[in-house]
Design a binder for this molecule. Structure first.
Ligand SMILES: Cc1ncc(C[n+]2csc(CCOP(=O)(O)OP(=O)(O)O)c2C)c(N)n1
Length: 509
């Protein structure tokens, strides 16, 4: 079994003092990766390896997903739908080719709809800086000696940052085809305008002349150029470009409306789609980095989405990609005090509510939870790198399971019991401070919040700062479900644990 206990660690490091710092290493190797890895690969050549039994099923599943994307990408439009452009451009691209990406919406359509699975993909996602596509492609071609076919799929604006590098590509005779999604706009920014100000705003500074012909610019640099505006012409044009023996530029006219409004999203509801919350300013927004990121700006105190007492935010890094996944507003002890005061006030009424009212609230939460399951799953993946299957399956289901159990238990629970001449009354304990860990964030939140709500307690939740997004969406769910003011409060933060300990607990006990 490949568990931690019987896994062996090989560590390659140039600095011997850096080996074994945070774990014991079975095979410490001092040296340069570039020299050592080929030797290891060589040594393993004769070792038989058996694929995991699930591999065949995963390959089949993946192929089915790709086929479904290819089928569902809108087709038959002129200008072309950007999803269809990606499908047509990538369907024949070989796995030993070098794929390069650049652009905003185009890249998002690209990572979703690409039919190609090349071993080498170049993209500067970490920096989010547009314009590197053509220089990266030229650099890769030089490094590879022009042996492998290369494709750059790029937005038109990004392509023009360094369009003069076409001259380098032509001079070096690189086997590069640039497929340019031309909407004559900074498409992703057009989408930001639309989502922020609605349809029909001035969209200042994001459109440019539709007279521009990038295929003609390419010809001017000695490259091959073609203009295409129909689905069926894309793949043949690319083929002709490779056959020309020169670097090529395929100017593909794409539908500007689709490119700015129909970007696929990492969440179920789509980038910028309003989320269920009483206050729009607490919602997740898209940052202008060409990446989709979450930005939560408010705490939830006394039934309101509010600014922290002292403005502060926390960056959330997706450990799977080591990239910034978003930010959340964090509170300080002043916010904790406010939340505790609100929870104390709310306790006087919530603790005496009839069971039926609490069941009704929990059932509303269950309905909202189901609606937001996709968002929760996406957030789980973004904040802690959880594989999608695990995030959308077990992690979500555990939270839902605790909710179902709380409802069931509440309906059947005997709060008052006569024993002889005594009446035993089980009362809610009071204001609860709930500090939850990162690794099963929904489970840990659910297993505390739902019983507390069911029994008539009020609370302040501080989820782990490593996985705060789910806490934020969880709060939106409770808000939308109608949790009374002050009953549930969310104060995100890092060092709040001490604020809770020092300020809250002594006043409860
Ligand atoms: C250097 C730089 N400037 C601005 C941005 C912000 N930005 C992200 S996507 C985008 C629009 C890109 O337009 P285009 O290359 O035409 O691709 P499209 O979104 O239309 O597919 C902009 C301006 C950025 N990421 N990098």
């Amino acid at each position: 079994m490949a568990n931690e206990a019987n896994r062996s660690w090989i560590y390659i490091e140039q600095d011997p003092a850096a080996i074994g710092v945070n774990r014991s290493i079975d095979v410490p190797l001092v040296g340069d990766l570039r020299a050592i890895v080929p030797q290891l690969v060589d040594a393993l050549k004769e070792s038989p390896r058996t694929a995991t039994p699930e591999l065949a099923a995963w390959i089949k599943e993946d192929a089915a997903q790709l086929a479904e994307l290819a089928e569902t990408a809108p087709s038959g439009m002129s200008p072309v739908h950007p999803a269809r452009l990606i499908v047509e451009a990538t369907k024949d691209f070989p796995s030993d080719g070098i794929m390069v990406r650049d652009g905003g919406a185009t890249t998002i359509f690209g990572w979703t709809y690409s039919q190609a699975k090349p071993h080498d993909v170049m993209w500067n996602q970490n920096f989010g800086h547009l314009g590197t596509g053509l220089p990266y492609a030229v650099g890769a071609g030089v490094a590879d000696g022009g042996k492998r076919p290369m494709m750059l799929i790029t937005g038109d604006s990004s392509f023009q940052f360094h369009i003069a590098e076409l001259e380098t590509a032509a001079r070096l005779n690189l086997p590069l085809v640039c497929v340019v999604a031309v909407d004559y706009a900074w498409g992703l920014e057009v989408g930001v305008y639309k989502r922020t100000y609605g349809q029909g705003s001035l969209e200042t500074g994001v459109h440019w002349s539709s007279d521009t012909r990038l295929d003609k610019v390419a010809e001017g640099f000695g490259c091959y150029g073609e203009y295409v505006d129909r689905d069926e012409d894309i793949a043949p044009a690319i083929k002709r470009a490779y056959a020309s023996g020169k670097p090529g530029v395929i100017h593909v006219a794409v539908d500007p409306k689709a490119n700015s409004e129909e970007m696929p999203s990492s969440t179920s509801s789509g980038p910028g789609t309003p989320r269920a919350s009483s206050d729009p300013s607490s919602r997740c927004t898209t940052r202008e980095l060409g990446l989709l990121m979450r930005e939560y700006t408010k705490l939830f105190i006394d039934g309101q989405w509010v600014d922290p007492a002292k403005p502060a935010t926390l960056d959330v890094i997706n450990p799977a990609t080591e990239e910034l996944a978003g930010t959340v507003a964090v509170g300080s002890s002043a916010d904790v005090d406010k939340a505790v005061a609100a929870a104390r006030r709310a306790f006087t009424t919530w603790s005496t509510t009839p069971v039926a009212d609490r069941v009704a609230l929990l059932e509303n939460i269950a309905a909202e939870y189901q609606q937001r399951a996709g968002d929760l799953g996406a957030a789980l993946t973004e904040q802690m790198g959880a594989p999608k299957e695990l995030a959308n399956g077990f992690q979500i289901n555990l939270g839902a399971g605790h909710l179902a159990t709380a409802i069931e238990a509440l309906k059947a629970y005997t709060f008052e019991e006569q024993q002889g001449s005594s009446l035993i009354v089980k009362e809610p304990i009071g204001v609860c401070g709930l500090i939850t860990p990162w690794n099963w964030p929904l489970n840990q939140i659910a297993v505390k919040v739902f019983p507390a709500l069911a029994t008539g307690c009020t609370m302040i939740l501080k989820p782990s700062e490593r996985s705060p997004f789910t806490g934020q969406i969880f709060t939106e769910i409770l808000d939308a479900a109608g949790v009374p003011a002050g009953v549930f409060n969310l104060v995100q933060g890092t060092v709040l644990a001490s604020a809770y300990r020092c300020r809250v607990i002594p006043t409860w006990t």
